[in-house]
Design a protein around this ligand. Structure first.
Ligand SMILES: Nc1ncnc2c1ncn2[C@@H]1O[C@H](COP(=O)(O)OP(=O)(O)OP(=O)(O)O)[C@@H](O)[C@H]1O
Length: 264
């Protein structure tokens, strides 16, 4: 078997605030290989987002982290902010819940993609970057790439905006994609299409996916491995169907019972 792309060991993150300290993540460990998916599933406040943001080197201004996050043999926790910002976008892509979080409302989609390609040196010239935009948009399932490239984010549907945000996240060829509740704002049909797109990116490009959700249907639709989080800890890990159909931990049973009728 190939070496893991991502190895997280004993990650512990504490947020410090005026009222004291909150241990958001407590000794979390997992590995991900190219093309694999790991879903962090849990209720609000269980620490999912803090894990996801730690993989981007952004655990939070007030956060103190310990443990190891090794991507392609390099411990991200040993890197300074400058090195980390070179990794974000280039080696780790990020898809937020609300695509307006990664899209600039005042610039056309094509210009935003061109800028990211140039910033990370993924295109030799501005002209080459501009030329790459339609194929990039097409590769994330946008049927009319020329129109979308000329559009401002507000001129697109929610699904197109999320696809454009995914194009931005994967345009520089990252090995790892981190997606935090990426389908929560979308209707069920578009949600299924976005999960399909993640499946394609994994199969065709070997991208590893870490997806955060509180939604059992999204966990099942993503496939791969599910890690159930509670109070900062992973309480149970296994294949999605096994975890959702035959939960071993009482907390997972409660989670499954609280969201009945999860489509299979
Ligand atoms: N910047 C911060 N400052 C202080 N506490 C924080 C901060 N960010 C998160 N926390 C706390 O850390 C814990 C885990 O939060 P986190 O956002 O990682 O959970 P989550 O499972 O992603 O929840 P949600 O789905 O609501 O985003 C919570 O108790 C939260 O209040």
């Amino acid at each position: 078997m190939s070496a893991p792309l991502l190895q997280v060991s004993d990650l512990t993150v504490t947020h410090h605030h005026a009222g004291g300290a909150t241990r958001a993540v407590d000794r979390v460990s997992f590995t991900l290989r190219g093309g694999e998916a790991l879903v962090l599933l849990g209720e609000s406040g269980s620490g999912k987002t803090t894990v996801a943001r730690s993989l981007l080197g952004l655990p939070g201004r007030s956060a103190r982290a310990t443990g190891r996050i090794v991507l392609d043999g390099q411990d991200l926790r040993s890197l300074d902010e400058r090195a980390l910002s070179g990794i974000r976008g280039r080696r780790v892509g990020y898809v937020p819940q609300d695509p307006t979080g990664s899209l600039d409302p005042l610039r056309r989609i094509g210009a935003q993609l061109t800028e990211v390609l140039r910033r990370h040196g993924a295109a030799d010239s501005r002209r080459a970057a501009r030329g790459a935009v339609p194929a990039l948009l097409e590769s994330v399932g946008i049927a009319d790439p020329d129109r979308v490239a000329r559009s401002f984010p507000h001129e697109l549907s929610g699904g197109q905006r999320q696809r454009a945000a995914i194009a931005l996240a994967v345009c520089c060829g990252p090995r790892l994609l981190v997606a935090d509740e990426p389908t929560t704002a979308l209707d069920a049909l578009v949600q299924a299409q976005v999960l399909d797109l993640f499946g394609r990116l994994r199969a065709e490009r070997g991208i590893a996916l870490l997806l955060v959700t509180h939604d059992l249907a999204v966990a099942r639709g993503t496939g791969g491995t599910v890690a159930v989080m509670r109070a900062g800890r992973v309480v149970e890990t296994g294949p999605a169907d096994q975890i959702l159909d035959h939960p071993a931990h009482p907390f997972t049973t409660d989670l499954v019972t609280a969201q009945p009728g999860t489509p299979r």
